[in-house]
Design a protein around this ligand. Structure first.
Ligand code: ATP
Length: 236
């Protein structure tokens, strides 16, 4: 069985159907990106997988468990973490307290401390600011914090929603190097990213979403050569 399996998934906001009967699967260790125009339904799909929105129809299985009706904290327990669009950090809490929130499900305090220190080594800016309110961090630092917090839940699958949003090119580079490293350690990744070229370069497989439905999927190398993809999503 695949790590993530989605069948006939539909999600609505009142009478707006944002996700329309989607079928998809993601294998253990795989990196998959989801590209599509604004309003295509990408964020809705990620939130539905993470248990943050009610599902109208269909089913989601993760690691062999039916998670369709589980609450988000139960889904985190099973090893699925979302880094939300806009990062969702707690701005009045310190950097350190935000990271601790990511580890709230864990009892292995020594390992949590060790992994927190690893995050500070990876992102020295966070280490230097560990006692400052997270709201004082720059956009890129907040993105690092959101990724660090998600990693502290020890996910098998990390969902990332637009990690490059609003960041300077150098910061985007740092964030994407981190995504590569996370994947190398065996964590599976489902990435939503406006920068389609970067998304396809980062992931081995891509899905294209239009008006709530998946219209195309394939190997990233193939999609990147596709004239229609280049025209619609590469700004060419
Ligand atoms: P973007 O790239 O702009 O973030 P997206 O592909 O992530 O877009 P969604 O945010 O999932 O798209 O939105 C899909 C559709 O659902 C859009 O038509 C949007 O207007 C609608 N929608 C999203 N959130 C809500 C909400 N809370 N209430 C009502 N409609 C919503």
């Amino acid at each position: 069985m695949s790590l993530l399996e989605i069948q006939h998934l539909s999600v609505s906001y009142g009478n707006i159907q944002a996700v329309r009967s989607i079928d998809m699967a993601l294998q253990e260790g795989e990196r998959v990106c989801l590209i599509g125009a604004n309003g295509a339904g990408k964020t809705t799909l990620l939130k539905a997988i993470a248990g943050m929105l009610p599902i109208t129809h269909g089913s989601i299985h993760f690691g062999g468990h039916a998670i369709t009706r589980l609450a988000s904290y139960q889904i985190v327990h099973l090893g699925l973490a979302l880094v939300p669009e806009g990062r969702g950090i707690f701005s009045r809490l310190s950097v350190q307290e935000n990271l601790a929130m990511g580890a709230y499900i864990r009892r292995d305090k020594a390992a949590v401390q060790h992994e927190t220190n690893e995050i500070y080594q990876r992102f020295p800016r966070l280490g230097e600011r560990r006692n400052q309110p997270a709201g004082q961090l720059s956009g890129g630092e907040q993105q690092m914090l959101a990724i660090g917090r998600a990693l502290l839940s020890r996910p098998r699958l990390l969902l990332l929603d637009e990690p490059s949003m609003g960041l300077a090119p150098m910061m985007v580079k740092t964030i994407f190097e981190t995504i590569h490293d996370i994947a190398k350690r065996g964590v599976s990744v489902l990435l939503v990213e406006q920068n389609a070229r970067l998304a396809l370069a980062t992931c081995e497989r891509g899905l294209v979403m239009e008006s709530g439905a998946l219209t195309l999927q394939g190997a990233s190398a193939t999609l990147a050569q596709d004239a229609a993809i280049q025209k619609s999503y590469f700004g060419e």
